[in-house]
Design a protein around this ligand. Sequence first.
Ligand code: APR
Ligand code: PHB
Length: 392
Amino acid sequence: MNSEQTQVAIIGGGPSGLLLGQLLHTVGIDNIVVERQTKAHVLGRIRAGVLERGLISLLEQAAVAERAHAEGDPHDGVVLGFNNQHTRISFSDHIDKPVVVYGQTEVTRDLYEARDKCQGRTHFSVEDVIIKGLDSDRPELTFSINGAEHLIACDYVAGCDGFHGVSRHTIPADIRQEYEKVYPFGWLGILSETPPIHDELIYANSDNGFALCSMRNSNLSRYYVQCSTDDNTEQWSDDRFWHQLQQSVPQDFLCNLQTGPSIEKSIAPLRSFVCEPMQWQRLFLCGDAAHIVPPTGAKGLNTAASDVHYLFNALKDFYQSNNTTSLDHYSQHALARVWKAERFSWWMTQLLHQFPEHTTFDKRMQHAEFELLQTQVEAQANLAVNYVGLPY
Ligand code: APR
Ligand code: PHB
């Protein structure tokens, strides 16, 4: 049995686990990350690409923000399309907090490079992680790697293992309260090595469905169209994708659309999900392990970041001042912001998609909401302050 000791054992080497690990390192709190996949697999994931100011600040605090500042693209607004109408929502007209377009994959890459540079302990390809002794002051993780048994003894466990991880299920079922909404559609996304159609994101709803025009850089575009939950990527040729996109994006922008072969194509289901509480004894959940949002509000990574902010500061209070007040209230603090992100993501999804069960009245409600956003400054401000990110 390979035995190790640490202060904080982190399950999951995605953005949540890595960001927590780097922040802990900056204040000398020892931690070990255990990750089910290989590093290459984790870095091969294509995810969203809009960073709130709060996440950028955390990357700065973790000394991992250099590339995001050099290569990230500040955005000061988004375009909303509704059939062939469109309106721009400015951020700076309402709040001085631009967002930064920078791929989550790059954030993860930067975090791994920083972890390797500071020789942070990380185990990849771990199997059968079991969390033990949460009711003691020295909980343990057991797991195996290539058949060899491992044990990590720690003070606290951070469950950063995503929606399909083991941490959430370690909270007893009679303690856990789960809230879920599954949407009757998915997003089909592609990457194409083409210039973006526009210099800001375009979220569009039309009778043909939702579409999103985003980007990674000046020659790498990210597009999404609404698809059926039954679809698979084999049913979506590039031609079918580009045709669907052009049916949904306001015509005014199509003259700038440069199509090209997809270099990545994937389908994601949409769900809203929250687990309460986000802590149990010496286990603390962060990110997708505790909550999921539909990507319409670009809140997945950014809400994981606010969880990490609360947990990092609570652990720092304990190790530096022997004060457990913030740890005792972590779930309450994190959930207060999680639910606001859930609301905004649900609201953006309701506004921008074609729902099979929608009546003509429902469609009129969507149009009325869009007209409010076109004409009412308070409606525009509400979208802006939520999109750029509410304060921690
Ligand atoms: N043991 C170890 N690692 C695990 C286990 C396990 N039992 N189960 C899952 N993992 C790993 C996964 O392989 C993944 O790398 O935990 C990591 C969780 O990472 P994410 O799913 O990316 O979740 P998180 O770090 O919270 O980041 C949230 O990622 O999925 C997006 O939309 C989401 O943008 C959001 C962000
Ligand atoms: C992306 O660029 O992948 C992206 C941007 C905004 C979203 C979702 C995804 O709301």
